[in-house]
Write a protein that binds this ligand. Structure first.
Ligand code: SAM
Ligand code: SF4
Length: 331
């Protein structure tokens, strides 16, 4: 059967692949500074990742996003991008990445040559010092050079910014003007309770309903029907002419239209970002050169895709709702 439909009638056409759990940044809401990474021996090779993606494409995946960790720090990652780009127009309609931008100056041109048209770049602050504090190891100027290179190569960029109370909330107007001034969409994301990070996430949590209400005092916002098939809800800002999105996993349930699943760099398939249930695809992938067992494992996993997530910030427990980090599953 060349299609994946879950028990709730949702067609699965979007695969997000975390190609590495490693990263050259240590964003405070994402990782602890002394993160322990997976042993390299547990990782799927790039060839195995390509074969895995190929199986999903045969089963109806039309959009593929490489993420991580930081996808562009995986050694030879461009060989995977090149391999996957050959499937564009042959089942696959879009190949894209989510990146922190640190390596973009190096790879933007090649990504564009491979048929990548759009990128999501994460950028939570335009202030050099704050950017460094937030990412612990990041260099704002380096990311800016990456964004310049990507735009020069013709790539469309969407900026993702995690909304953090008392950290970047005073910069939202500037982030809006900067993104829209450069012709980029901006999306605010609510911080999600994933993985121990050695900080109190409850203290960082800022409901986007509040952000929106505050922005409405200075900007005229019109709701848009526009969707990228994802969880963001968009508005048009009259003052800038640009689009602003809100991803609100905690205050708004976006699960009804979920068309996506996620695979980690060890070949674990997560049917929902906010649930623990998973399926191992590495064993069936390695068990045989034919894809029969793999396809069977994928189908039986999709048949268990849950209706939705149960994210709640538990103010008493102060513990993450999902124990794995976003860098493992890919944001
Ligand atoms: N390293 C790449 C990057 O930063 O864009 C790709 C992976 S990162 C895990 C993907 C997205 O998840 C980023 O936009 C990041 O800001 C977001 N993210 C990470 N941890 C998060 C959390 N706990 N809550 C909400 N968003 C988170
Ligand atoms: Fe790295 Fe992205 Fe996580 Fe920041 S959000 S630590 S850049 S994986």
């Amino acid at each position: 059967m060349f299609t994946m439909i879950d028990p709730f009638g949702r067609h699965i056409s979007y695969l997000r692949v975390s190609v590495t759990d490693r990263c050259d940044f240590r964003c405070v809401y994402c990782m602890a500074e002394d993160m322990t990474f997976l042993p390299k021996a547990d990782l799927l090779s790039l060839e195995e990742l390509e074969r895995l993606c190929g199986a999903f494409i045969k089963l109806g995946v039309k959009k593929l996003r490489l993420t991580g960790g930081e996808p562009l720090v995986r050694k030879n990652v461009m060989s995977l991008v090149r391999g996957l780009s050959k499937r564009l127009g042959d089942g696959l309609e879009e190949l894209t990445l989510t990146t922190n931008g640190s390596q973009l100056a190096k790879y933007a041109r090649e990504l564009a040559d491979c048929g990548v048209k759009r990128l999501n770049v994460s950028m939570d602050s335009l202030d050099r010092d704050k950017f460094r504090t937030l990412t612990r190891w990041g260099d704002l100027d380096q990311v800016m050079r990456g964004i310049d290179a990507a735009q020069k190569a013709g790539l469309h960029i969407k900026i993702n910014a995690v909304a953090l109370k008392g950290v970047n909330d005073m910069e939202f107007d500037e982030l809006i003007r900067w993104s829209h001034g450069r012709g980029m969409d901006l999306v605010f994301i609510e911080v999600m309770p994933m993985g121990e990070i050695g900080e109190q996430r409850v203290d960082q949590y800022l409901p986007l309903s509040m952000v929106r209400a505050d922005l409405a005092r200075r900007f005229s916002m019109t709701d848009l029907d526009f969707t990228t098939g994802g969880p963001a809800r968009y508005v048009r800002i009259a003052e800038t002419g640009g689009r602003l999105g809100f991803i609100t996993p905690l205050t708004h349930n976006f699960c009804e239209s979920c068309n996506r699943v996620r695979v980690t760099c060890t070949g674990t398939l997560y049917m929902c970002l906010g649930q623990e249930d998973a399926a191992d695809l590495r064993a069936p992938l390695r068990a045989s050169e034919s894809d029969e067992l793999l396809v069977e494992a994928i189908h039986s996993a999709i048949a268990r895709k849950p209706k939705g997530h149960d994210f709640v910030i538990d103010r008493r427990r102060r513990a993450p709702a999902v124990s794995r980090h976003m860098s493992v599953t890919g944001g």
